[in-house]
Every structure is written in C-alpha cells, then in structure tokens.
Design a protein around this ligand. Structure first.
Ligand SMILES: Nc1ncnc2c1ncn2[C@@H]1O[C@H](COP(=O)(O)OP(=O)(O)OP(=O)(O)O)[C@@H](O)[C@H]1O
Length: 429
C-alpha cells in the first residue's frame, strides 16, 4: 500500500473544494520515448503494429494528459470521447481493441501526489474486486498501466452519474421509489466497503453512476412560459455503482483531518473530532435527501454556516460534541452553543440558513405519502444522526480498553445498544 501523508490528503480535499506499500510493478507502456518503450511495444505486437502512439506532447499546465480524439492510448486503446474530469485526472471513453469492448480509462495527472493516490485507488479496486464474488456494487477495474508518466486505470464503462442525471433534468427530484432503490444499493455498497475496513470518504452524487445510460422521457407537470410541456427523464434501470476510490481510507490507518466534499461532510470532520465509518453514512443521508428534493441539502462553503444549517435541519448539536471540538473549531461556539446568527458573515448567510426546514418537513414536501414517508424520515434521521460518530467511538473503545477518548459521561449518555437505524431494515428488506 502506498502511504500518502495526511497533509497531502488534506490539501487534495481542499483543492477539490475549490473546484466545487507495496510498490507495484508498473507497466511502462510509453515512458519518455526510451528504448524500453520500443521493446514494450514490440512485445505487444498483435495490437501494436498498426496502432502507433501519437508523438509525445507536453502535458497541460495542470499535469493533464494532452490528447486528440481518435488517438491511441497505447496501441491497445483508441480514445473516443471525454467522459468526465475530476481532481485526479480525466476519464476517457476508449475502444479496447483486445477485448472488443468500450471502457472508461482514468488518465491521472502526472503529478506525484495524484500518481500516489491513484496507486491507492488501484489497491482498493483490486481488493474490492477480489472479495466481491462476481457481483459488485463498486465499479470494476479491468487493468492499469503507466503511460508517459500518467497512471491509467481501465474501468468497465458505466452510464451517467446521479449528479449528471439530476442536472440534465433541471434538478427535478427523483421519485421516492427510485430513491429507495438507489438508497438500498448505496447502503449495501457502503456496508460491503466497511466490511473490508475501507471508508470511501467521498460519497456524493458525482461518484455514484447509473450502470446503464438508457432513460425514459416522460411529460412533466410543469410548462414553460410558451405553454410547452417540460419533459423529465427517468433512468430505465435503477442499477448503480460506486466510483472514485482515490480518497478511500483504511480504518486503521492515520486519517487526514479533513475528508469528504463540503456538502457531504459529517459534523465530526468539521469539528475535528476524528472520523471513521460514520462519515460515509452521513454522506449517504445527504445524498438521499438531495435525490428526493433535487438540491444539495447543505449548500454552503463555510464551516459555521454549515453547522448552523445542520442545526436548523436536525436540531441542536449535542453538548458533548461541542465540548470535544478541536482548537480550530472552538471559535464557532460561545457559551457552549453555536455562535449563530451572531457569527454569520452576511445577511444572505442568515437567510440561507433560515430557508431550510426540519428534516421531517422537507421530506413531506417531496411527494412522499403515509408509510413510505415515515420510514424514509426514520432512515434519514438514523443516517443524519449526531450520535452515529459517538456510537462508533464507544464501540471502538469497548473493543479496545486502552482507548481513553470516550469519557464515562458519554458512555452513560449513549450506549451502543441504543444506536440503530430504524429505517435501514425497511430499506434493505
Ligand atoms: N467507469 C466509468 N464509466 C463512465 N464514466 C465514468 C467512469 N468513471 C468515471 N467516470 C466519469 O468521470 C468523472 C470523474 O471520475 P472520478 O470521480 O473517478 O475522477 P476523480 O478525478 O477522482 O474525481 P474527484 O475530483 O471527484 O476525486 C465521473 O464523475 C464520471 O462522470
């Protein structure tokens, strides 16, 4: 396992926010036009003889690989289109001449920290594949190689992300039955990762892909100003898979202080309490609310406002969490309560917080009825639960007597047996 220090990981998370080992043998396909390159290419003659690599071009200033559509990426793959871009690199749709199928190749930026993170991703992907017994809710890795100083990870090709789908639909909500189906798979995939002691840490609609791109076009209720009916699209299949394991962490490894993309970040991360598996559950809660409403639950870029939004939706932060806040987060509190609205940076910020409603009311407005509403609210309240983190700490401390970060008062207030996600059973059944 390639170890990335926690400062580097924190910087990578911060970079993302601005935008919205075992050493492995590396397959050097086309490194710096060296004699080795010629030998490598010749070894793979069956696909290489006609499909030569383009002349080597400079990377762009962010270290992204420069390509033209139709280029070969090694003699084996032909570049067809760009499917996406993230902090780590670009994802290209390619034709695999050897297996005769379309694949998605993540071409990672030629910058050391991203190359290192990509190797962690490869390790995680291989572990996920090894343990999945064929059926996986996580994207499958087909291969990886090092090409002109870019780590390239070859994946099965999937459909659009849930974020792309929402965006294309002008952010209209998904039907609750579809949210339920997606929620079930999401929880199953996260449970699978956790069973391998892996924490995804970057769950968000951009990192959940529909397996198929097929969709149905249905007339919506709304009309535009010309009286024309808006059409809304629905995925034909609800099947999803998780992607982007570049920030995945092992439970027992040193954790960077900041993880997750802002909107999906758990309170314990903001408060500097340390984090573990529950940070994924929190993100799942935020995602499911977003799918029900069409909009990100906590649309913020700032810690105090974020905490104020959480309190507005979920009720006051428990005192024991406030007490444990780290140095950096102490400034958000006055006399053991959130310094809000006094500490707000603007009137707009106060308005943005006030616009939010209690979780239960938000879900009622999402077209849910009767039993399905109350079980969805139960589930979401279990996922977006201040106490999840504490419950995890108590369980960990119970397993390890030497751990002293949970005091007796916490234990009295909250026993592990009390912790449950009532709706989880319903959604998984
Ligand atoms: N297997 C795949 N099939 C289809 N599209 C994909 C696939 N993998 C990734 N993509 C597309 O590429 C985008 C970027 O992928 P990914 O999240 O892995 O990159 P990243 O650089 O790690 O992103 P981030 O900045 O979120 O860490 C995705 O949001 C998705 O649109």
């Amino acid at each position: 396992m390639v170890a990335i220090d926690s400062t580097t990981l924190t910087t990578m998370v911060e970079n993302k926010e601005q935008q919205h080992s075992t050493k492995r043998r590396r397959l050097a396909w086309d490194v710096a036009s060296s004699p080795t390159e010629q030998q490598e290419v010749q070894v793979r003659k069956p696909v290489s003889c006609r499909h030569v690599s383009p002349p080597k071009r400079d990377d762009d200033r962010d270290g992204h690989y420069t390509y033209s559509l139709g280029d070969n990426l090694t003699p084996r793959y032909k570049i067809l289109s760009k499917m996406g871009e993230g902090t780590f690199g670009r994802v290209l749709e390619c034709w695999d001449r050897q297996t005769r199928e379309y694949v998605a190749i993540k071409v990672v930026r030629s910058i050391r920290k991203y190359r290192d993170a990509a190797m962690i991703e490869v390790d995680v992907l291989e572990q996920l594949a090894k343990n999945s017994k064929g059926r996986s809710l996580c994207v499958q890795i087909r291969d990886w190689f090092d090409y002109r100083n870019h780590i390239c990870i070859v994946f099965e090709k999937l459909g659009p992300s849930l974020f792309d789908f929402l965006k294309r639909n002008k952010y209209s909500p998904f039907p609750v039955d579809l949210v339920r189906e997606i929620g079930r798979q999401l929880l199953e995939s996260v449970a699978y990762m956790h069973s391998l002691r892996l924490i995804h840490t970057d769950l968000k609609p951009e990192n959940i892909l529909l397996v198929s791109s097929d969709y149905l076009k249905l007339p919506g209720y709304k009309r535009n100003s010309q009286g024309e009916v808006y059409y809304r699209c629905l995925p034909k299949s609800s099947e999803i898979k998780l992607i982007d394991f570049g920030s995945t962490a092992y439970d027992n490894q040193n954790h960077s202080s900041i993880v997750s993309t802002r909107h999906y970040r758990a309170p314990e991360v903001i408060l500097g309490l340390g984090w573990s598996y529950p940070c994924d559950m929190w993100s799942v809660g935020c995602i499911l609310v977003e799918l029900c409403s069409g909009e990100a639950l906590f649309q913020t870029h700032e810690n105090l406002e974020h905490l104020a939004m959480m309190e507005r939706v979920l009720g006051p932060l428990p005192e024991h969490m406030i007490r444990k806040a780290n140095r950096g987060a102490e400034k958000y509190f006055r006399r053991s309560r959130l310094n809000w609205p006094e500490g707000a940076v603007s009137r707009e910020s106060i308005r943005a917080v006030r616009k939010l409603d209690r979780l239960k009311n938000m879900i009622s407005q999402c077209g849910t009825v009767g039993g399905s509403r109350s079980s969805l609210v139960d589930l979401l309240q279990g996922l977006l639960n201040w106490q999840q983190f504490l419950a995890h700490m108590i369980l960990a401390a119970t397993a390890d007597e030497s751990q002293s970060n949970v005091d007796d008062m916490d234990k009295r207030m909250f026993t592990a047996q009390q912790f449950h996600v009532p709706g989880l059973k319903m959604i998984l059944s």
